[in-house]
Design a protein around this ligand. Structure first.
Ligand code: CA
Length: 231
């Protein structure tokens, strides 16, 4: 089970975050001061840190910097002040995501899940993960550095997002991703858009691969859930 550290001095907010995270299937621990929070983040094994900025002991800016210098753990900054969030981004302190208070707790849990999924993939050593520069599978060849795709030896032209989406799925085969997860992964957290765009892109990718949704060679539709790249 993933362990989340909440560094937050407002007890109501910390409790709300903990409650939602636990309902989302995570283990969550609260620390109400910056210095102690940083110590715990550095000395213990947490999978993600939720960090407030205005904290006693050490402020969130210092804590973020201190954690990032030593660890890759995802950091989600939560602050009531948009100015402070801009400042963290501007300083390049290495936070992974930002939420402005008041926020929707379910949105927070969704973002935590997305970051953990991404972080797990980055650090994953699963044997079926395709992380070489050139992915070759059943007649398709994806040349990642050159961003070119060949289908049965013939080059097909993919748009940037189509290429990113295909590559992402092919690099993580046999894993079912929801449209929402794919949208976040390829279009980014801050994008204004519609997850229906994922469906449109999948359709285009299938056309270019000569794939058929009824009897797919590559991308399977898992009804009511999302998509999976077949191993
Ligand atoms: Ca605070």
């Amino acid at each position: 089970m993933s362990r989340i550290l909440i560094i937050e001095d407002e007890a109501d907010i910390a409790d709300l975050e903990k409650d939602y995270l636990e309902r989302g299937g995570f283990e969550a621990e609260i620390c109400n001061a910056g210095d102690e929070g940083m110590k715990r983040a550095l000395n213990e094994d947490f999978d993600l840190v939720i960090l407030d900025l205005m904290l006693p002991g050490k402020d969130g800016f210092e804590v973020c910097k201190g954690i990032r210098e030593a660890k890759d753990v995802p950091i989600l900054i939560v602050s009531a002040r948009k100015d402070d969030i801009d400042k963290v981004e501007g300083l390049g302190l290495g936070a992974d995501d930002y939420l402005t208070k008041p926020f929707s707790p379910s949105e927070m849990v969704a973002r935590v899940k997305a970051h953990l999924a991404r972080y797990t993939r980055l650090t994953s050593t699963e044997s079926h993960k395709n992380d070489s520069d050139i992915i070759e599978l059943r007649g398709i060849q994806i040349d990642k550095p050159a961003r070119r795709v060949f289908v049965d030896g013939e080059e097909k032209i993919f748009t940037t997002k189509e290429f990113d989406l295909l590559t992402f799925l092919a690099e993580n085969p046999n894993h079912v991703y929801t449209k929402d997860e794919l949208f976040r992964e390829i279009w980014g957290m801050e994008s204004i858009g519609d997850i229906a765009t994922v469906t449109v892109h999948i359709k285009k990718i299938r056309e270019k691969l000569g794939d058929d949704s009824a009897t797919p060679r590559f991308i399977e539709t898992i009804w009511g859930v999302g998509y999976r790249f077949k191993i």
